[in-house]
Design a protein around this ligand. Structure first.
Ligand SMILES: CC(C)(COP(=O)(O)OP(=O)(O)OC[C@H]1O[C@@H](n2cnc3c(N)ncnc32)[C@H](O)[C@@H]1OP(=O)(O)O)[C@@H](O)C(=O)NCCC(=O)NCCS
Length: 243
């Protein structure tokens, strides 16, 4: 699995360009420094600022400020625009898009104390992250969401059962997010296999989807697993930490 490498600080002058053929994956700790929290607040739109008090717990407020604020800081840097002036919208099933530049594709995921972002100029992209944690009803979750073959893989190693479960989970979610379906399609309609040489999408019921998607697992920190789903073959993927 790929590890996150490289860091970009708050000096946006050395910000990496995003060209065709490249994919950028960013991770950020949502337990931030006071300075990052402030930068993110300044990046939010007026509407987003009015939403903050509706989150009851401080931790949830902070997660919201960081995950949306960093998204705006990154998009603003790619598009050369002020972060708080960016206009975003949603596709029919909820996938966020840029209204300033429809040719930049992005997706976001939060789990535990991290948020991750994927950006591409070539095709739709989906990303999903999970913090590997104890799941009380793991057996039921496995039965409900995975095919017979997927279950075999997950259950093959008692020690790795939890992490195998989350790896498969992020594969399914990142695919559902790449195609923009989100929660509209139940995960047991999808079947994937994880082999030494990569992840294969075996079948999907309920969606007319002819495209060939590529799946790459990554791990931005210990006990976190994620999958990136995209289309462009031979893309170079850069993993960076936002600090
Ligand atoms: C939409 C969904 C995929 C998001 O996943 P999640 O793990 O709850 O949350 P994440 O942090 O990973 O992603 C949330 C972000 O996804 C994006 N998103 C929302 N709808 C989306 C869609 N239809 N397509 C792509 N991205 C979407 C948004 O940016 C959202 O963040 P925001 O609400 O703050 O703007 C999820 O809610 C869902 O539908 N899950 C059901 C599918 C399922 O049961 N999967 C199990 C796999 S085994």
């Amino acid at each position: 699995m790929n590890k996150a490498t490289g860091k970009v600080g708050h000096n946006m002058e050395d910000f990496p360009l995003l060209s065709s053929g490249q994919l950028h994956v960013w991770s950020v700790n949502t337990n931030p420094t006071a300075e990052l929290l402030e930068r993110c607040k300044v990046a939010l739109s007026e509407y987003e600022l009015t939403r903050i008090p509706f989150f009851k717990f401080e931790q949830v407020q902070q997660n919201y400020i960081i995950s949306q604020g960093v998204l705006r800081l990154l998009l603003g840097a790619y598009l050369g625009m002020n972060a708080n002036k960016l206009k975003t919208g949603r596709q029919a099933k909820g996938k966020p898009i840029s209204l300033d530049d429809p040719d930049i594709h992005f997706n976001i995921s939060n789990s535990g104390k991290m948020a991750v972002y994927a950006f591409s100029r070539d095709s739709e992209v989906g990303i999903d992250l999970e913090h590997i944690r104890h799941i009380p009803d793991l057996d039921e979750m496995i039965t409900k969401n995975f095919s017979t073959n997927e279950r075999k893989y997950i259950n093959a190693s008692e020690k790795d059962r939890n992490s195998r479960f989350f790896r498969f989970w992020t594969i399914k979610e990142s695919y559902l997010k790449a195609i923009g379906e989100g929660m509209r399609l139940a995960p047991d309609n999808l079947e994937f296999s994880i082999e030494k040489d990569g992840i294969t999408h075996l079948s999907t019921r309920g969606v007319f989807e002819l495209e060939d998607w590529i799946f790459k697992e990554f791990s931005p920190a210990t006990d976190y697993v994620g999958t990136l789903t995209f289309m462009q073959k031979n893309s170079s993927i850069e993993y960076m930490k936002f600090v």
